[in-house]
Design a protein around this ligand. Structure first.
Ligand code: NDP
Ligand code: 2IT
Length: 448
């Protein structure tokens, strides 16, 4: 679909010219702009205040050198990023990704999406993202520690509990957050909630580890319920085997689904009896090994090289939880041909625009990432609240709040989709509902 609104088209075309090399960023912007056409037509004040020109430009982009010494005594240099995208409704908030594919385009797409996702949570958090092209895979703990310390030596001057609060994402889990937090504490000489995803007992919130995966299933469950069904008895495919995938698989199983396939970037496992999540946890969380080892522990399962093949596994519900653009049109068609009835996105932007169109045309129930995976950052927001209050909530209390936030997000998306004349289109609903609060805050704060 091409943009028809004159203002949106002008802003998008200008951006496409200036950011011609930022493919992922332009993809994320175009998807949001397409959804916002009816809103922009209805609110000429947004054009007058240059809201769209401003919202696509990060407030600040920090790019820095991260030098460190490997175990052989050799100097290594990586690139560090922090994109402080929008602070209209709160301090910048969003994860850090350590992966060789990280570049400015990836950082900006993630930061841009984060603005609307954080708005949907209803908590006071602006949007940001950061990371590095550093690859933690195959590095020793000491190498990871030295890298994290060097990364924080620069980042610390740009962040703070009321300024910018990073967290984890791909390649950044509890180990990395620990090293980053330790170095921040040393440099700033303060113990504050400057990062989320901290160790429970050292400022961290219960349920943050599980939150993205659990939240994804709470959202999916609402969508299924609205359509008169549930996880009960459904076959589920979950891509990835990291933080989001593992806890999505746990909750989907708890809600009565049978998870039959999971993957990492090398290949996928198929277990017709239902994946034994404890085995996956041991491989990925404890031993940091490869998913193919699953078949050593569970001989009834099979392993296939290549992660794309996971989308040829027959399922009722698909939960992509690995990375951006992991589902292209061909994979979408394979899922549809195999009878998928619901797809909810745990990863950020896992479906290409062509794949989304295919799902929507085929009547597949579709839950967009910025709504479906908002449970992670929402629980980060709850961690910030606990840190400010200098108090810890019980697991039950956090889980209950997470659950009600996800139900509220689902309802907000449904209502906004209806209001925008696209009932049932949760992708439109998420963009519109997320955008309005940010745009109105920007209007209220003047041109800044
Ligand atoms: P992890 O690093 O814990 O796990 C990532 C998983 O995805 C691994 O199994 C990894 O395989 C696989 N993966 C990563 N990159 C690729 C790739 N290019 N091709 C195929 N597989 C890949 O990350 P998370 O689980 O935290 O993040 C997964 C997704 O969820 C990301 O899109 C992230 O942005 C999103 N997300 C995360 C949140 C969080 O709270 N952590 C919150 C909201 C969204 P391998 O081990 O082989 O690299
Ligand atoms: O994409 C995301 O929302 C995250 N990686 C979580 C961010 C956070 O601040 O908890």
């Amino acid at each position: 679909m091409a943009l028809t609104n004159e203002y949106l088209k002008r802003v998008y075309d200008g951006l496409a010219e200036r950011c011609a090399n930022e493919k992922e960023f332009l993809q994320a912007v175009e998807e949001v702009f397409e959804s916002l056409e009816p809103v922009i037509e209805k609110h000429p004040e947004y054009e007058k205040a240059g809201i769209m020109e401003r919202i696509v430009e990060p407030e600040r982009t920090i790019l820095f050198r991260v030098p460190w010494v490997d175990d052989k005594g050799q100097v290594q240099v990586n690139r560090g990023y922090r994109v402080q995208f929008n602070s209209a409704i709160g301090p910048y908030k969003g994860g850090l990704r350590f992966h060789p594919s990280v570049n400015l385009s990836v950082m900006k797409f993630l930061g841009f999406e984060q603005i609307f996702k954080n708005s949907l949570t209803t908590l006071p958090m602006g949007g940001g993202k950061g990371g590095s092209d550093f690859d933690p895979k195959g590095k020793s703990d000491n190498e990871v520690m030295r890298f994290c310390q060097s990364f924080m030596n620069e980042l610390y001057r740009h962040i703070g509990p009321d300024t910018d609060v990073p967290a984890g994402d791909i390649g950044v889990g509890s180990r990395e957050v620990g090293y980053l937090f330790g170095q921040y504490k040393k440099l700033a000489n303060e113990f504050t909630g400057v990062l989320t995803g901290k160790l429970v007992g050292s400022g961290g919130s219960l349920v943050r580890t599980q939150a993205t995966g659990y939240g994804l299933c709470y959202f999916t469950n609402e969508l299924l319920k609205t359509n008169g069904t549930s996880f009960e008895g459904k076959t589920v495919v979950v891509s990835g085997a990291g933080n989001v995938a593992i806890y999505a698989a746990v909750k989907a199983t708890e809600l009565g689904g049978k998870v039959v396939a999971m993957c990492d970037s090398n290949g996928y496992i198929y277990d017709p009896e239902g994946v034994d999540i404890d085995v996956v946890k041991d491989i990925k969380e404890v031993r940091r090994a490869r998913i193919k080892e699953y078949v050593d522990a569970v001989p009834r399962a099979t392993y296939t090289e290549g992660c794309k093949g996971i989308w040829t596994v027959k399922c009722d519900i698909a939960l992509p939880c690995a990375t951006q653009n992991e589902i292209d049109e061909e994979s979408a068609k394979a899922l549809i041909a195999n009878g998928v009835m619901c797809l909810c996105e745990g990863a950020n932007m896992p479906s290409t625009p062509e794949a989304i169109a295919a799902f929507q045309n085929a009547g597949v129930l579709f839950g967009p990432a910025k709504a479906c995976n908002a449970g992670g950052v929402a629980t980060s927001g709850l961690e910030m609240t606990q840190n400010s209050e200098r108090i810890y909530w019980s697991a039950e209390e956090v889980d209950e709040k997470l659950h009600s936030i996800m139900v509220n997000i689902y309802n907000a998306c449904e209502d906004a989709a209806k209001e925008a004349g696209k009932p049932g289109n949760l992708a439109v609903g998420a963009n519109v509902a997320g955008f309005l609060k940010v745009a109105n805050a920007m209007l209220w704060q003047g041109i800044c």
